[in-house]
Design a protein around this ligand. Structure first.
Ligand code: NAD
Length: 352
């Protein structure tokens, strides 16, 4: 076995149905007596239900979380936090809400209980991406790592089928890139392979039966594993591409990941044979890139960037941005080959 470094992140996790009832206990465990609940506008009602569970520790809801953590939203949430006297936030929602909690922790040191309701995995990472004046900057710091995470399967039952599918493939993308990361290690690779396997088993069921508790449980467990991978090792071309495409054309986060992933894997296949073997084992398919493409097709979500708002004349620009300050990648980044990758993702072609 190669030499490696493995660093465990200090996050406390509760997992299972009905676990949200322990939210008050988690807040108390962090030494806090007042907690501000964070949500998107769409999940404010659920946030108030969490508030009822908190009893006297409930310090109100800030229902303004938005995609890509805009700093003006964080400023408004900081005011709400200050006037609430809370020393803890409870972030209920997907990556957008988790991002807001992290942004508040970075500025104030406030403790965080995360209750994820999508499969994005941000709750397991010391990573925060923030947007100011249309520019996204990403930092990696233990200061933003949540102290406590509650995975309650019941709260994911309402996640719409299409969002379940794309959010789940977003999670798979973390695991796929973790398998060929420069700083990969055998413990994280175990999590990555199992994360892909559990999500690939569960997602095709969920798109038809969104209330299937067994499939929801598997998917949330898989998302947790994939989030651990994202938090532990570096990402490569796929994440760089999605970052560039999302930022340049304002494309939706999870959908972009879902479309690009099979093509990024095809690009890296020859340079990362062990990772490809793990992905094919997890998918039960003979080829990693085509297996992922077929999984996405079975989920019935868009497979072409042209379908989610990317302009045709954006392909060259996206290629330029994607090769600027590249992340480490198992196969060297060649502009023409990356341009072809983007063109295939734009058209929604099955990898050859
Ligand atoms: P999201 O948090 O924006 O949620 C999408 C929509 O779904 C929102 O309206 C939300 O309220 C709603 N929703 C969430 N859960 C629901 C549920 N169970 N039932 C009904 N509706 C529900 O989407 P996301 O994909 O989870 O997060 C995307 C954001 O997270 C992006 O900004 C991305 O950059 C960030 N992210 C960060 C990291 C990290 O490690 N820093 C990792 C992954 C994603």
């Amino acid at each position: 076995m190669d030499t490696f470094i493995y660093e465990a992140l200090p996050i406390r996790v509760r997992f299972g149905r009905g676990m949200v009832s322990a939210v008050g206990a988690e807040v108390a465990h962090l030494g806090a007596t007042r907690a501000l609940v964070l949500t998107t506008p769409q999940q404010e009602t659920e946030g108030r239900r969490i508030g009822a569970l908190l009893g006297s520790a409930f310090a109100g809801v800030f229902p303004g979380a938005a995609m890509h953590t805009p700093t003006d939203v964080t400023d408004a949430a900081l005011d709400a936090l200050k006037s609430s006297d809370a020393t803890c936030v409870v972030a209920l929602g997907g990556g957008s809400t988790t991002g807001l909690g992290k942004a508040l922790a970075l500025r104030t040191g406030v403790k965080q209980v995360c209750i994820p309701t999508t499969y994005a995995g941000s709750e397991m990472t010391p990573i925060l991406g923030e947007t100011k004046d249309g520019l996204k900057t990403t930092i990696r710091s233990l200061d933003v790592l949540p102290e406590s995470v509650i995975y309650d399967v019941d709260l994911t039952l309402t996640l719409p089928p299409a969002l379940s599918a794309t959010s789940g493939v977003n999670a798979i993308a973390h695991a796929v890139e973790g398998l060929y990361a420069q700083d990969r290690n055998p413990v994280i690779s175990l999590m990555a392979e199992d994360g892909i396997r559990t999500l690939a088993d569960a997602l095709p069921i969920l798109v038809h039966e969104p209330h299937n508790v067994e499939a929801r449980t598997k998917a949330l467990y898989g998302a947790w594993l994939c989030g651990c991978v994202l938090g532990a090792v570096g990402m490569a071309l796929h994440h760089k591409l999605c970052h560039a495409l999302g930022g340049s054309f304002n494309l939706p986060h999870a959908e972009t990941h879902t479309i690009v992933l099979p093509h990024a894997v095809a690009y890296n296949a020859a340079a990362a044979p062990e990772a490809m073997a793990a992905i094919t084992r997890a998918l039960g398919a003979p080829d990693a890139a085509r297996g992922l493409f077929d999984l996405v097709r079975a989920l019935g979500v868009p497979q072409a960037l042209s379908q989610i708002g990317m302009p045709a004349d954006g392909i060259e620009r996206a290629a330029d941005i994607a090769v600027e300050k590249p992340y480490w990648n198992p196969r060297p980044i060649a502009r023409d080959a990356v341009r072809d990758l983007i063109a295939r993702a734009y058209a929604g072609e099955r990898p050859g």
